[in-house]
Design a protein around this ligand. Sequence first.
Ligand SMILES: [Zn+2]
Length: 261
Amino acid sequence: MSGRVDVEALAFSEGLKPAIRRSVAVGQLDAATALARRLGGAVSWSTRDIDEDGRRSRVMYLGRTQAEADALRDAEAEILPGSTTARPAAHARLGALLGFPRCCVDAFAGRVERGIDVVVGLGRGLAEDYVAAHDAWTPRAVALVNPLWMRQRRSLVSFYPCRFDCDAALEVARGVLGAVARRDEALADALVATLTGSIVVAPDGARVALVDGVPAPRPGGGGEIDPRDAELARRLLAGVATAIAGRPRSLSPIRVDFASR
Ligand SMILES: [Zn+2]
């Protein structure tokens, strides 16, 4: 959700996304079902509950038809969060059903294959967003495909772009931004402003924005600051940690400078 507009739901209702995958806290299943009904789609639920950020959740699959929703459920059945087996083909199928660009899906499946927590040369046990940022880094990063505030519920894409200037991902993002702008132009501008600028991601997944060079944690979807983000800001300010604008060759935080165009 972003302000008054649920960006992903809007993209689905405008035909820009074939399907939605969303994890829902078990206490909020009725609200999610009601949303799905409003959007006019068919719903399927994950075969088991998952643990997400310490809360029990279920994954909702919203498709145009029941068969599509069920296909999404089946595609993810063996790779739900918490699964220990890597199945790149299942991730590729899930990404394709969700309408993600082929190049970005392939890049993600490649990371699943080698280990989603692995940067070759740096080691394993790294946060997924850190690994993704490492792979996608480019000096020409474009804000519209910035996926790093997804946890804050601020993004135009719901997948990791293969590169932070991927043309196919940009096409998706421009379409979604257009739909948001038609609904609420001020919100579209605010969203782009949020996605623009420098972000630092640490190997443990903590992240901060750099506002005039000063590390600033951002509240998450629940309006609270993640303590790990506050700690990263403190370490950067104290000079204990240094962010690298490029692919770090050691376990340093990575800095991505997202330009508005
Ligand atoms: Zn791509």
